[in-house]
Design a protein around this ligand. Structure first.
Ligand code: DMJ
Length: 674
């Protein structure tokens, strides 16, 4: 059967084509080569005319089909190439201008930031979408349970061994434009450069062997990760059986406690479910969020806690799953928290009634806690980026702007309280990296990373604070000479260290990974050893809430002393969090082994047979650790998540050049500078 076009072409002799050939320069006899080319064309034409109509039609049809395929593939390639062009422009703009600062890693998402790098300058915002996920994908993918591979380990900037899997890298270079889907459903974008990766990247910037290898096959879950999944399932079972939809499980009394009445444990655990690949549990939790998570409630919530756990949890789950339900819920709670900022100073109140839209400080004071008002920025800034609504970002950056220039700091160290009327620090003269100040330091660095390393005041404050820590708070214990971070009260040093301070080695390592001075990595290594000893030197292998270090050697005394009031353990994450960073950045297996010991101790002393884990009152009594009957939401949101990540050799399992964890272990994307 002929198509109309083909039939028409066949019925009238294609004279015009013939004429155009004879009038071409070749046809005018301008040289041997041209003459022979013209001759070949005439001969082709004769052959063409000798073909039957059917033969000519088939050939024409095939040519048309080929041309059509060409057009389609050109248009589908066009978009990625547009992206490549934009990306290379972005890359040129990521350089920060701090002298001596080496910038190691590119950011990954478009940021609405202006490039002037100062606090308080609200960027122009436009709504942003989460990274692309495989079509129609919802919920975590199935786990790949395979025996652990040998000879594959993390290769990092601190790693001196050279484990490079060349064939994998070669394949990556052969298919530079092909996105790869990792086992957890995230799309790993190829190197977005118009040049082949091998010619563009310097040696130090090349993807690690594990990262490259992952493009070929999923990284299998290993035995230790399986043990974490088992622990998580056990905890989840308790929560599901006795506390479903409530804030916290009371595993011994098989009941629950409420704090905000917002299903805190469930929301805090959403992204852990995703990362651990617990698909069914994730779907079930998602259904609860869809139908039962309602913020229109006459309830007082703590601004900081609900931001880091609920808003942070919803935002990161949105990014991992691509499910807009979580963004809608995040917007809702974000809007309801905004009344907290309506204070005379714009330093937010600690508490908000999310149903009534009113806010207030605690009953006994008009102060807020410094860590609380300065550790909500990652979440509110991200909410602005996603929604295009600047108000969230403006509110939290105003806090940072004020704190940046306040007096009362001591070499970058901040007091613990700030007044919501005056906007000034109160209770001056006491400095700690523990409770009430801790995450101020963490968020200085992390905001700087989130924003594409351009906001120089954040970095300056961070660098100054770490110098302050070194100058005023660092000491060494006896007999093991452990480096620890103490406290300063009106000029008097106290050898007291909260377990909370153990976030610091991880943060220091993250800074070093992002190009800050190698000193920070050295300090991180010393401090994580101390944090580990806070577990290892205790009878149950679990750290107490607070330790006091011995500054003078005494016969029969360890480095760590524990006071009766401080010997509880709340299943906190800070040490395993730092172990995770240290392993990611050094590849040193001892950090995994230390984390493994800690998991064993949690299992031995805090696991409740009927489901769930409990905080305990006495880490020094293995025969009776005195269970407290409470499982904090951060055990699922943070502790088990960091343990799972610590045991993984997959640097793309929450790639630290693409995500920054909030202080509740919820990963948020790093922005690409605009
Ligand atoms: C968590 O809510 C967060 O990590 C916070 O920054 C500190 N306290 C708990 C965990 O210990």
């Amino acid at each position: 059967m002929y198509s109309t076009a083909a039939a028409g072409a066949a019925s009238s002799p294609p004279r015009r084509d013939f004429i155009s050939v004879t009038l071409s320069p070749e046809g005018l006899g301008t040289g041997g080569y041209n003459n022979s080319k013209a001759w070949r064309r005439r001969s082709c034409w004769r052959k063409w005319k000798q073909l039957s109509r059917l033969q000519r039609s088939i050939i024409l049809f095939l040519c048309a089909a080929l041309a059509l395929c060409g057009v389609i593939s050109y248009s589908s390639l066009g978009e990625p190439w547009k992206g490549l062009a934009n990306k290379s422009l972005d890359d040129q703009r990521t350089e920060a201008d701090i002298p001596g600062l080496k910038l190691a890693n590119p950011a990954v998402l478009p940021a609405p930031q202006k490039a002037n790098g100062n606090l308080g300058d609200s960027p122009e915002l436009s709504p942003q979408k989460p990274p692309k996920l495989p079509h129609g994908r919802r919920g975590p993918p199935s786990l790949q349970l395979k025996p652990p591979r040998r000879n594959v380990r993390l290769k990092t900037q601190y790693d001196t061994s050279k484990v490079v899997e060349e064939p994998v890298q070669a394949e990556r270079e052969e298919n530079p434009g092909k996105p790869v889907i990792s086992w957890r459903g995230a799309v790993i974008e190829p190197d977005q450069s118009p040049e082949p990766p091998s010619s563009k990247m310097k040696e130090a910037e090349k993807p690690s062997s594990v990262e490259a290898e992952e493009q070929k096959e999923p990284v299998p879950i290993n035995e230790r990760q399986l043990a974490v999944i088992e622990a998580f399932r056990h905890a989840w079972r308790g929560y599901k059986d006795f506390a479903w939809g409530h804030d916290e499980l009371k595993p011994l009394s098989k009941s629950y406690s409420e704090w905000f009445g917002l299903g805190l444990t469930l929301v805090d655990a959403l992204d852990t479910l995703w990362i651990l690949g617990l698909k069914e549990e994730f779907e079930e939790a998602r259904r609860w969020v869809a139908t039962d998570l309602v913020f229109d409630k006459n309830v007082d919530v703590n601004l900081f806690e609900s931001t880091i756990r609920i808003l942070g949890g919803l935002l990161s789950t949105y990014h991992l799953s691509g499910d807009s339900l979580f963004l809608e819920k995040a917007k809702d709670i974000g809007n309801r928290l905004m009344p907290a900022f309506k204070t005379p100073s714009k330093i937010p109140y600690s508490d908000v009634n999310i149903g009534r839209g009113t806010a207030h400080p605690p009953r006994w004071t008009s102060d807020s806690t410094v860590a609380e008002v300065t550790s909500i920025q990652l979440e509110f800034r991200e909410l602005s980026r996603l929604t295009g609504d600047e108000k969230f970002q403006r509110a939290v950056e105003e806090v940072m702007r004020q704190v940046h220039s306040l007096s009362g700091k001591n070499d970058g160290l901040v007091p613990m309280f700030i007044n919501t009327n005056s906007g000034q620090f109160t209770h001056l003269g006491v400095y700690t990296l523990g409770a009430r100040a801790d995450s101020y330091y963490e968020y200085l660095l992390k905001q700087w990373i989130q924003g594409g390393k351009k906001e120089n005041e954040l970095l300056e404050d961070y660098m100054r604070a770490i110098e302050g820590v070194k100058k005023h708070l660092l000491q060494r214990s006896q007999p093991k000479k452990l480096t620890f971070v103490g406290e300063l009260a009106h000029g008097h040093f106290s050898a007291k260290m909260d377990h909370l301070v153990c976030f610091l080695p991880g943060t220091l390592a993250l800074g070093a990974h992002n190009g800050l001075t190698a000193d920070h990595m050295k300090l991180a290594e010393a401090l994580i050893e101390t944090c580990y000893q806070m577990y290892a030197q205790v009878e149950t292998g679990l750290s107490p809430e607070i330790v006091h270090f011995n500054l003078h050697a005494q016969k029969g005394h360890k480095d760590v002393e524990i006071k009766p009031a401080d010997r509880h353990n709340l299943l906190r994450p800070e040490t395993v969090e730092s172990l995770f960073y240290m392993y990611r950045f050094t590849g040193d297996k001892k950090y995994q082994d230390w984390g493994w010991e800690i998991l064993q101790s949690f299992n031995k002393y805090t696991r409740v047979p009927t489901g769930g884990y409990t905080s305990i009152n006495n880490v020094q009594n293995p025969s009776n650790p005195e269970p407290r009957d409470k499982m904090e939401s951060f055990f699922l949101g943070e502790t088990l998540k960091y343990l799972f990540l610590l045991f993984s050799d997959d640097v793309d399992l929450i790639n630290l050049d693409k995500f920054v964890f909030n202080t509740e272990a919820h990963p948020l994307p790093i922005w690409v500078p605009a």
